[in-house]
Design a binder for this molecule. Structure first.
Ligand code: ATP
Ligand code: MG
Length: 224
């Protein structure tokens, strides 16, 4: 499989949203939320953005406390974490203010039951003035809406959507090392319109082409 980052419609919408957050006026709230069903490419999109735009990317974990979150942020900023939560918070704020960059929190669903961790993200946003982008699963907008003060600061929301034919065609053409017949791309879009599923199918196509010694894949070969 080719190692290519595909700019799907979701990726383009996310980039536009991230740019709006970055250019928002300095005293305006700058929180954004992207969310959607599994395997649509959310994490990959924010990883690509953080590498290219030098954003601070944190992935929340199951059971993550406020202290654990702050320690991960401080480590991501290249520092050894201080011991107390108060010192950690001040350490994070001073490093971010020194070199202001967007903070991205992936898998934010894990923090929605922990008001201390969630409100710490709001505090970091308010204290540093940097944009904050939250990334979560299907219903995370509802889970976050109970934190009224945080939700009030979310000025940009985008839901990642399953891929249409144009996206599937572009993904298959960019990633698959063997040629896929147009009819197969159409069937594929009906069967699987999420990245993770498409990646699995593309692996199957490539293995089949390799085993059969052919350079292209059709519905007939797949028994579809
Ligand atoms: N833009 C992209 N270009 C190429 N491959 C991608 C892209 N986005 C995602 N993928 C592939 O699809 C897989 C699933 O994507 P990703 O993990 O980003 O989905 P997700 O929406 O974060 O899923 P989850 O909600 O389960 O966390 C990735 O491991 C990668 O192989
Ligand atoms: Mg993810």
């Amino acid at each position: 499989m080719n190692n290519v980052f595909v700019k799907t419609k979701n990726v383009k919408a996310f980039v536009a949203l991230a740019k709006r957050l970055e250019t928002a006026k300095c005293n305006a709230p700058k929180m954004g939320l992207i969310f959607g069903e599994p395997g649509l490419g959310k994490s990959n999109a924010v990883l690509w953005w953080s590498l290219n735009q030098d954003a601070i990317l944190i992935t929340a974990k199951n059971g993550m406390s406020r202290k654990w979150l702050l320690s991960d942020i401080v480590r991501e900023l290249g520092e050894a974490p201080f011991w107390t939560t108060e010192d950690l918070f001040n350490q994070a704020v001073s490093k971010i203010v020194e070199n202001p960059r967007m903070i991205i929190v992936d898998e934010v669903d894990y923090l929605t039951k922990n008001s201390q961790a969630i409100e710490t993200i709001r505090d970091l946003h308010d204290k540093t003035g940097v944009p904050v982008l939250l990334v979560g699963m299907g219903c995370v907008d509802k889970k976050l809406s109970k934190y009224k003060h945080l939700f009030d600061r979310i000025v940009e929301i985008y839901r990642f959507t399953p891929f249409d034919m144009d996206d599937v065609k572009e993904i298959v053409t960019s990633l698959c090392e063997v040629k896929i017949a147009d009819e197969t791309v159409k069937t594929l879009q009906k069967k699987s319109n999420r990245f993770r599923q498409l990646v699995k199918n593309i692996t199957t196509f490539e293995n089949l082409a390799h085993t059969n010694g052919c350079k292209s894949i059709t519905n007939e070969e797949l028994g579809w």
